[in-house]
Design a protein around this ligand. Structure first.
Ligand SMILES: *[C@@H]1O[C@H](CO)[C@@H](O)[C@H](O)[C@H]1NC(C)=O
Ligand SMILES: *[C@@H]1O[C@H](CO)[C@@H](O)[C@H](O)[C@H]1NC(C)=O
Ligand SMILES: *[C@@H]1O[C@H](CO)[C@@H](O)[C@H](O)[C@H]1NC(C)=O
Length: 390
Protein backbone atom coordinates (compact mmCIF):
# COMPACT_ATOMS: atom_id res chain seq x y z
CA UNK A 1 0.00 0.00 0.00
CA UNK A 2 3.03 2.23 0.02
CA UNK A 3 2.15 3.14 -3.53
CA UNK A 4 -1.22 4.46 -2.61
CA UNK A 5 -0.06 6.16 0.47
CA UNK A 6 2.34 8.27 -1.46
CA UNK A 7 0.51 9.26 -4.53
CA UNK A 8 -2.40 11.30 -3.63
CA UNK A 9 -1.29 14.63 -2.64
CA UNK A 10 1.32 14.87 -5.30
CA UNK A 11 -0.87 14.52 -8.28
CA UNK A 12 -2.52 17.50 -9.77
CA UNK A 13 -5.99 16.46 -10.75
CA UNK A 14 -9.17 18.18 -11.87
CA UNK A 15 -7.05 21.04 -12.79
CA UNK A 16 -9.59 22.59 -15.00
CA UNK A 17 -12.26 22.96 -12.37
CA UNK A 18 -10.13 25.12 -10.15
CA UNK A 19 -11.37 28.68 -10.26
CA UNK A 20 -8.72 31.27 -10.60
CA UNK A 21 -8.57 33.17 -7.37
CA UNK A 22 -9.36 36.79 -7.88
CA UNK A 23 -6.41 39.07 -8.13
CA UNK A 24 -4.03 36.67 -9.73
CA UNK A 25 -5.38 36.47 -13.24
CA UNK A 26 -2.86 38.82 -14.71
CA UNK A 27 -0.18 36.62 -13.26
CA UNK A 28 -1.88 33.55 -14.63
CA UNK A 29 -2.37 34.35 -18.26
CA UNK A 30 1.22 33.99 -19.43
CA UNK A 31 2.06 30.68 -17.88
CA UNK A 32 -1.31 28.96 -17.58
CA UNK A 33 -0.84 26.65 -20.53
CA UNK A 34 2.52 25.57 -19.29
CA UNK A 35 1.14 24.91 -15.81
CA UNK A 36 -1.82 22.96 -17.12
CA UNK A 37 0.52 20.76 -19.13
CA UNK A 38 2.83 20.24 -16.20
CA UNK A 39 -0.04 19.45 -13.87
CA UNK A 40 -1.71 17.08 -16.26
CA UNK A 41 1.50 15.10 -16.52
CA UNK A 42 1.73 14.82 -12.77
CA UNK A 43 -1.91 13.83 -12.58
CA UNK A 44 -1.42 11.05 -15.09
CA UNK A 45 1.65 9.71 -13.35
CA UNK A 46 -0.28 9.73 -10.11
CA UNK A 47 -3.25 7.96 -11.63
CA UNK A 48 -1.05 5.19 -12.99
CA UNK A 49 0.57 4.72 -9.61
CA UNK A 50 -2.84 4.54 -7.92
CA UNK A 51 -4.07 1.90 -10.35
CA UNK A 52 -0.90 -0.18 -10.04
CA UNK A 53 -0.88 0.18 -6.28
CA UNK A 54 -4.48 -0.92 -5.94
CA UNK A 55 -3.91 -3.88 -8.23
CA UNK A 56 -0.86 -5.03 -6.29
CA UNK A 57 -2.75 -4.65 -3.04
CA UNK A 58 -5.67 -6.70 -4.38
CA UNK A 59 -3.40 -9.44 -5.75
CA UNK A 60 -1.38 -9.69 -2.58
CA UNK A 61 -4.61 -9.40 -0.61
CA UNK A 62 -2.89 -8.49 2.60
CA UNK A 63 -6.00 -6.65 3.66
CA UNK A 64 -9.69 -7.20 3.01
CA UNK A 65 -10.83 -5.88 -0.38
CA UNK A 66 -13.23 -3.54 1.36
CA UNK A 67 -10.35 -1.94 3.20
CA UNK A 68 -8.28 -1.59 0.04
CA UNK A 69 -11.07 0.16 -1.81
CA UNK A 70 -11.93 2.39 1.10
CA UNK A 71 -8.30 3.38 1.13
CA UNK A 72 -8.25 4.01 -2.61
CA UNK A 73 -11.39 6.11 -2.43
CA UNK A 74 -10.07 8.17 0.41
CA UNK A 75 -6.82 8.75 -1.38
CA UNK A 76 -8.58 9.88 -4.54
CA UNK A 77 -10.42 12.54 -2.57
CA UNK A 78 -7.27 13.57 -0.86
CA UNK A 79 -5.59 13.62 -4.21
CA UNK A 80 -7.90 16.30 -5.38
CA UNK A 81 -7.37 18.44 -2.31
CA UNK A 82 -3.61 18.09 -2.37
CA UNK A 83 -3.67 18.93 -6.06
CA UNK A 84 -5.59 22.09 -5.54
CA UNK A 85 -3.15 23.14 -2.90
CA UNK A 86 -0.21 22.45 -5.18
CA UNK A 87 -1.96 24.38 -7.93
CA UNK A 88 -2.36 27.36 -5.63
CA UNK A 89 1.26 27.11 -4.56
CA UNK A 90 2.19 27.12 -8.25
CA UNK A 91 0.32 30.30 -8.95
CA UNK A 92 1.64 32.01 -5.90
CA UNK A 93 5.20 30.87 -6.12
CA UNK A 94 6.52 34.37 -6.64
CA UNK A 95 4.69 35.98 -3.76
CA UNK A 96 6.21 36.63 -0.41
CA UNK A 97 4.41 38.72 2.13
CA UNK A 98 6.69 37.95 5.02
CA UNK A 99 8.20 41.06 6.48
CA UNK A 100 10.96 40.35 8.93
CA UNK A 101 10.72 43.29 11.28
CA UNK A 102 12.72 43.54 14.46
CA UNK A 103 10.91 42.07 17.45
CA UNK A 104 13.84 42.19 19.80
CA UNK A 105 13.49 40.22 23.00
CA UNK A 106 10.08 38.73 22.19
CA UNK A 107 9.79 35.08 23.13
CA UNK A 108 8.49 32.52 20.68
CA UNK A 109 8.24 28.84 21.51
CA UNK A 110 8.15 26.26 18.75
CA UNK A 111 7.77 22.49 18.84
CA UNK A 112 9.94 20.53 16.41
CA UNK A 113 12.18 22.43 14.06
CA UNK A 114 15.20 20.19 13.69
CA UNK A 115 14.37 19.83 10.01
CA UNK A 116 12.35 21.17 7.11
CA UNK A 117 9.91 23.96 7.61
CA UNK A 118 10.48 24.33 11.33
CA UNK A 119 14.15 25.07 10.87
CA UNK A 120 13.35 27.78 8.35
CA UNK A 121 10.76 29.28 10.67
CA UNK A 122 13.29 29.43 13.50
CA UNK A 123 15.83 31.04 11.22
CA UNK A 124 13.43 33.77 10.15
CA UNK A 125 12.33 34.43 13.72
CA UNK A 126 15.95 34.79 14.75
CA UNK A 127 16.46 37.24 11.91
CA UNK A 128 13.83 39.28 13.73
CA UNK A 129 16.08 39.20 16.79
CA UNK A 130 13.59 37.11 18.73
CA UNK A 131 14.32 34.77 21.59
CA UNK A 132 13.34 31.36 20.23
CA UNK A 133 12.65 28.39 22.48
CA UNK A 134 12.68 25.05 20.75
CA UNK A 135 11.24 21.81 22.06
CA UNK A 136 12.59 18.82 20.19
CA UNK A 137 13.17 15.14 20.72
CA UNK A 138 16.92 15.28 20.44
CA UNK A 139 18.70 18.24 22.00
CA UNK A 140 21.76 17.25 20.03
CA UNK A 141 19.94 17.70 16.69
CA UNK A 142 18.73 21.04 18.00
CA UNK A 143 22.31 22.14 18.70
CA UNK A 144 23.23 21.18 15.15
CA UNK A 145 20.44 23.34 13.77
CA UNK A 146 21.63 26.24 15.90
CA UNK A 147 25.15 25.87 14.53
CA UNK A 148 23.86 25.89 10.95
CA UNK A 149 21.66 28.92 11.52
CA UNK A 150 24.51 30.79 13.19
CA UNK A 151 26.47 30.60 9.96
CA UNK A 152 23.97 33.02 8.41
CA UNK A 153 22.18 34.72 11.27
CA UNK A 154 23.91 36.59 14.05
CA UNK A 155 20.80 38.05 15.63
CA UNK A 156 18.38 36.45 18.04
CA UNK A 157 18.74 33.57 20.44
CA UNK A 158 17.83 29.91 20.39
CA UNK A 159 17.36 27.82 23.52
CA UNK A 160 16.79 24.11 23.17
CA UNK A 161 14.81 21.84 25.51
CA UNK A 162 14.00 18.16 25.29
CA UNK A 163 10.42 17.38 24.27
CA UNK A 164 8.70 14.36 22.80
CA UNK A 165 5.37 15.89 21.88
CA UNK A 166 3.72 12.50 21.38
CA UNK A 167 4.20 11.67 25.05
CA UNK A 168 1.94 13.46 27.51
CA UNK A 169 4.44 12.77 30.24
CA UNK A 170 7.21 14.43 28.26
CA UNK A 171 4.94 17.40 27.52
CA UNK A 172 4.35 17.88 31.24
CA UNK A 173 8.07 17.72 32.04
CA UNK A 174 8.86 20.17 29.28
CA UNK A 175 6.17 22.61 30.39
CA UNK A 176 7.45 22.45 33.97
CA UNK A 177 10.90 23.48 32.82
CA UNK A 178 9.58 26.26 30.60
CA UNK A 179 7.37 27.73 33.29
CA UNK A 180 10.30 27.76 35.70
CA UNK A 181 12.53 29.65 33.25
CA UNK A 182 10.19 32.01 31.38
CA UNK A 183 7.65 34.53 32.55
CA UNK A 184 5.88 35.06 29.26
CA UNK A 185 5.53 33.66 25.75
CA UNK A 186 4.56 36.04 22.98
CA UNK A 187 3.93 33.34 20.45
CA UNK A 188 3.46 29.59 20.76
CA UNK A 189 3.96 27.67 17.51
CA UNK A 190 2.55 24.14 17.57
CA UNK A 191 4.60 22.93 14.66
CA UNK A 192 5.87 19.39 15.25
CA UNK A 193 4.04 16.76 13.25
CA UNK A 194 4.15 13.43 11.53
CA UNK A 195 2.15 12.13 8.60
CA UNK A 196 1.13 8.91 6.88
CA UNK A 197 2.85 6.64 9.32
CA UNK A 198 1.71 3.05 9.80
CA UNK A 199 -0.42 2.28 12.82
CA UNK A 200 1.44 2.88 16.03
CA UNK A 201 0.47 3.97 19.50
CA UNK A 202 1.98 6.62 21.73
CA UNK A 203 3.17 5.97 25.24
CA UNK A 204 -0.34 6.59 26.54
CA UNK A 205 -1.96 4.40 23.90
CA UNK A 206 -3.19 6.93 21.33
CA UNK A 207 -2.72 6.60 17.58
CA UNK A 208 0.60 8.28 16.87
CA UNK A 209 -0.56 11.00 14.44
CA UNK A 210 -3.43 11.99 16.72
CA UNK A 211 -1.09 11.98 19.71
CA UNK A 212 1.69 13.96 18.03
CA UNK A 213 -0.16 16.44 15.87
CA UNK A 214 -3.04 17.19 18.18
CA UNK A 215 -3.13 15.70 21.65
CA UNK A 216 0.38 16.67 22.76
CA UNK A 217 -0.13 20.21 21.49
CA UNK A 218 -3.50 20.45 23.20
CA UNK A 219 -1.90 19.63 26.51
CA UNK A 220 1.10 21.86 25.86
CA UNK A 221 -1.15 24.80 25.04
CA UNK A 222 -3.08 24.20 28.25
CA UNK A 223 0.08 24.14 30.33
CA UNK A 224 1.66 27.22 28.74
CA UNK A 225 -1.44 29.33 28.26
CA UNK A 226 -0.75 31.26 31.46
CA UNK A 227 2.53 32.50 30.02
CA UNK A 228 0.93 33.30 26.69
CA UNK A 229 -1.85 35.30 28.32
CA UNK A 230 0.73 37.33 30.19
CA UNK A 231 2.37 38.42 26.95
CA UNK A 232 -0.75 39.79 25.28
CA UNK A 233 -2.03 43.32 25.61
CA UNK A 234 -4.64 45.49 23.99
CA UNK A 235 -3.60 46.17 20.42
CA UNK A 236 -0.92 43.51 20.49
CA UNK A 237 -2.38 40.10 21.11
CA UNK A 238 -0.13 37.19 21.97
CA UNK A 239 -0.54 34.34 19.49
CA UNK A 240 -0.94 30.61 19.30
CA UNK A 241 -0.19 29.22 15.85
CA UNK A 242 -1.25 25.69 14.97
CA UNK A 243 0.50 24.31 11.92
CA UNK A 244 -2.20 22.31 10.14
CA UNK A 245 -2.70 21.09 6.60
CA UNK A 246 -5.29 21.26 3.87
CA UNK A 247 -5.80 17.57 4.69
CA UNK A 248 -8.21 18.80 7.37
CA UNK A 249 -10.77 19.17 4.58
CA UNK A 250 -11.32 15.41 4.46
CA UNK A 251 -11.09 14.98 8.19
CA UNK A 252 -13.70 13.41 10.39
CA UNK A 253 -13.57 13.02 14.15
CA UNK A 254 -14.37 9.47 15.11
CA UNK A 255 -15.35 9.77 18.75
CA UNK A 256 -16.24 6.08 18.95
CA UNK A 257 -12.87 4.95 17.67
CA UNK A 258 -10.48 7.86 18.05
CA UNK A 259 -7.51 5.67 17.14
CA UNK A 260 -9.31 4.66 13.92
CA UNK A 261 -8.15 1.18 14.63
CA UNK A 262 -11.18 -0.54 13.13
CA UNK A 263 -10.07 0.17 9.61
CA UNK A 264 -6.82 2.05 9.76
CA UNK A 265 -5.99 4.29 6.81
CA UNK A 266 -2.96 6.50 7.48
CA UNK A 267 -4.35 9.41 5.41
CA UNK A 268 -7.59 9.31 7.27
CA UNK A 269 -5.98 9.35 10.68
CA UNK A 270 -3.74 12.19 9.54
CA UNK A 271 -6.76 14.19 8.34
CA UNK A 272 -8.53 13.56 11.62
CA UNK A 273 -5.61 14.96 13.58
CA UNK A 274 -5.50 18.04 11.34
CA UNK A 275 -9.25 18.70 11.57
CA UNK A 276 -8.94 18.35 15.33
CA UNK A 277 -6.29 21.07 15.34
CA UNK A 278 -8.46 23.43 13.28
CA UNK A 279 -11.48 22.87 15.53
CA UNK A 280 -9.24 23.50 18.53
CA UNK A 281 -7.97 26.76 17.00
CA UNK A 282 -11.45 28.11 16.55
CA UNK A 283 -12.77 27.01 19.91
CA UNK A 284 -9.77 28.28 21.83
CA UNK A 285 -9.87 31.70 20.16
CA UNK A 286 -13.53 32.05 21.07
CA UNK A 287 -13.00 30.99 24.69
CA UNK A 288 -10.09 33.34 25.19
CA UNK A 289 -11.97 36.21 23.62
CA UNK A 290 -14.98 35.63 25.87
CA UNK A 291 -12.75 35.78 28.91
CA UNK A 292 -11.21 39.03 27.70
CA UNK A 293 -7.71 37.68 27.12
CA UNK A 294 -5.44 39.28 24.57
CA UNK A 295 -4.58 36.08 22.73
CA UNK A 296 -5.45 35.10 19.19
CA UNK A 297 -5.19 31.67 17.64
CA UNK A 298 -4.45 30.73 14.04
CA UNK A 299 -4.35 27.63 11.87
CA UNK A 300 -1.73 27.71 9.13
CA UNK A 301 -1.44 25.50 6.09
CA UNK A 302 2.17 25.89 4.97
CA UNK A 303 1.54 24.32 1.56
CA UNK A 304 2.67 21.01 0.22
CA UNK A 305 6.30 21.24 1.07
CA UNK A 306 9.21 19.09 0.00
CA UNK A 307 10.53 17.87 3.35
CA UNK A 308 11.63 14.55 4.69
CA UNK A 309 8.13 13.97 5.98
CA UNK A 310 7.81 12.39 2.57
CA UNK A 311 10.80 10.11 2.99
CA UNK A 312 10.00 6.50 2.34
CA UNK A 313 7.03 7.27 0.12
CA UNK A 314 7.04 5.80 -3.36
CA UNK A 315 6.72 9.16 -4.96
CA UNK A 316 9.87 10.39 -3.30
CA UNK A 317 11.70 7.16 -4.16
CA UNK A 318 10.84 7.28 -7.87
CA UNK A 319 9.99 10.85 -8.60
CA UNK A 320 12.41 12.70 -6.35
CA UNK A 321 13.63 14.61 -9.36
CA UNK A 322 10.26 16.18 -9.94
CA UNK A 323 9.49 17.14 -6.34
CA UNK A 324 11.43 20.40 -6.24
CA UNK A 325 9.26 21.62 -9.10
CA UNK A 326 5.88 20.70 -7.70
CA UNK A 327 6.39 21.13 -3.98
CA UNK A 328 7.21 24.31 -2.20
CA UNK A 329 10.64 24.61 -0.69
CA UNK A 330 10.74 24.51 3.11
CA UNK A 331 11.71 28.15 3.00
CA UNK A 332 8.54 29.14 1.20
CA UNK A 333 6.50 26.85 3.41
CA UNK A 334 7.87 28.67 6.42
CA UNK A 335 6.63 32.04 5.20
CA UNK A 336 2.96 31.55 5.99
CA UNK A 337 3.85 30.38 9.50
CA UNK A 338 6.09 33.36 10.16
CA UNK A 339 3.38 35.58 8.73
CA UNK A 340 0.89 34.13 11.23
CA UNK A 341 3.35 34.72 14.07
CA UNK A 342 4.28 38.28 13.26
CA UNK A 343 2.11 40.09 10.78
CA UNK A 344 0.38 43.17 12.12
CA UNK A 345 -2.18 42.77 9.33
CA UNK A 346 -3.54 39.84 11.32
CA UNK A 347 -3.99 41.74 14.58
CA UNK A 348 -7.40 40.89 16.00
CA UNK A 349 -8.06 38.33 13.28
CA UNK A 350 -7.81 35.13 15.27
CA UNK A 351 -9.72 31.91 14.64
CA UNK A 352 -8.53 32.07 11.07
CA UNK A 353 -7.09 29.60 8.61
CA UNK A 354 -4.08 30.98 6.80
CA UNK A 355 -2.57 29.74 3.59
CA UNK A 356 -0.33 31.55 1.15
CA UNK A 357 -0.05 34.33 3.74
CA UNK A 358 -3.77 34.99 3.31
CA UNK A 359 -6.84 34.31 5.44
CA UNK A 360 -8.88 31.62 3.70
CA UNK A 361 -12.48 30.58 4.33
CA UNK A 362 -12.93 27.39 6.34
CA UNK A 363 -15.27 24.51 5.72
CA UNK A 364 -18.51 24.41 7.69
CA UNK A 365 -17.43 21.44 9.75
CA UNK A 366 -14.53 23.43 11.18
CA UNK A 367 -16.90 26.22 12.20
CA UNK A 368 -19.42 23.89 13.82
CA UNK A 369 -19.54 25.16 17.39
CA UNK A 370 -21.12 22.02 18.77
CA UNK A 371 -18.46 19.83 17.24
CA UNK A 372 -15.75 22.16 18.53
CA UNK A 373 -17.08 21.95 22.04
CA UNK A 374 -17.63 18.21 21.87
CA UNK A 375 -14.06 17.62 20.79
CA UNK A 376 -12.71 20.06 23.34
CA UNK A 377 -14.52 18.35 26.24
CA UNK A 378 -13.60 14.93 24.89
CA UNK A 379 -9.92 15.90 24.67
CA UNK A 380 -9.85 17.39 28.15
CA UNK A 381 -10.82 13.97 29.44
CA UNK A 382 -8.15 12.23 27.37
CA UNK A 383 -5.40 14.41 28.81
CA UNK A 384 -6.95 14.57 32.26
CA UNK A 385 -7.45 18.33 32.45
CA UNK A 386 -10.42 19.88 34.17
CA UNK A 387 -10.01 23.62 33.77
CA UNK A 388 -8.26 24.39 30.52
CA UNK A 389 -5.56 27.02 30.63
CA UNK A 390 -5.73 27.70 34.34
C1 LIG B 1 -2.36 34.36 -2.41
O1 LIG B 1 -2.21 35.60 -1.78
C2 LIG B 1 -2.37 36.73 -2.63
C3 LIG B 1 -2.15 37.97 -1.81
O2 LIG B 1 -0.87 37.95 -1.29
C4 LIG B 1 -3.79 36.73 -3.20
O3 LIG B 1 -3.94 37.83 -4.07
C5 LIG B 1 -4.00 35.44 -3.96
O4 LIG B 1 -5.32 35.37 -4.41
C6 LIG B 1 -3.69 34.23 -3.10
N1 LIG B 1 -3.69 33.07 -3.94
C7 LIG B 1 -4.49 32.04 -3.79
C8 LIG B 1 -4.32 30.94 -4.77
O5 LIG B 1 -5.30 31.98 -2.92
C1 LIG C 1 10.68 36.42 1.80
O1 LIG C 1 10.97 37.69 2.38
C2 LIG C 1 11.76 37.65 3.55
C3 LIG C 1 11.87 39.03 4.13
O2 LIG C 1 11.80 40.01 3.17
C4 LIG C 1 13.11 37.04 3.24
O3 LIG C 1 13.91 36.96 4.38
C5 LIG C 1 12.90 35.66 2.68
O4 LIG C 1 14.12 35.08 2.34
C6 LIG C 1 11.98 35.72 1.46
N1 LIG C 1 11.75 34.36 1.00
C7 LIG C 1 11.98 33.96 -0.24
C8 LIG C 1 11.76 32.54 -0.55
O5 LIG C 1 12.36 34.73 -1.11
C1 LIG D 1 -10.17 35.79 18.04
O1 LIG D 1 -9.64 36.37 19.20
C2 LIG D 1 -9.25 37.74 19.06
C3 LIG D 1 -8.63 38.15 20.37
O2 LIG D 1 -9.54 38.01 21.41
C4 LIG D 1 -10.47 38.56 18.69
O3 LIG D 1 -10.08 39.90 18.47
C5 LIG D 1 -11.13 38.01 17.44
O4 LIG D 1 -12.32 38.69 17.19
C6 LIG D 1 -11.43 36.53 17.62
N1 LIG D 1 -11.94 35.99 16.39
C7 LIG D 1 -13.16 35.51 16.29
C8 LIG D 1 -13.56 35.01 14.95
O5 LIG D 1 -13.91 35.47 17.23
Amino acid sequence: MQFLESVCQHTVGRFFTVESPSGCCEFLSGSLLHEVFHATMIFLIGLIVIVIGTTIAVVRSEKPIKHIFAEAKFEMIYNYIGSRSIFEDFIMRGRNKTKLEKKSGKVVLITGGTRGIGTEVIKMLMQCDMHVVMGCRSVESGEKVLKEIREDVKLGELKIFQLDISSLKSVRNFADKITSVYTQIDCLVNNAGIMYVPYAESEEGYESQFATNYLGHFLLTHLLLGLVKKAGRDGENARVVNVVSCAYLTGDIDFEDINKKNMFIPFEAYSQSKLAQVLFTNYLNETLKEKGNYVQVHSVHPGIVNTDLFDGTYVKTFFWWILPYIFKSPKRGAQSIVHACLSSDLEGKGATYISNCTVKPQIEKALDKELQKKLFDFTKKLVNVENFGT
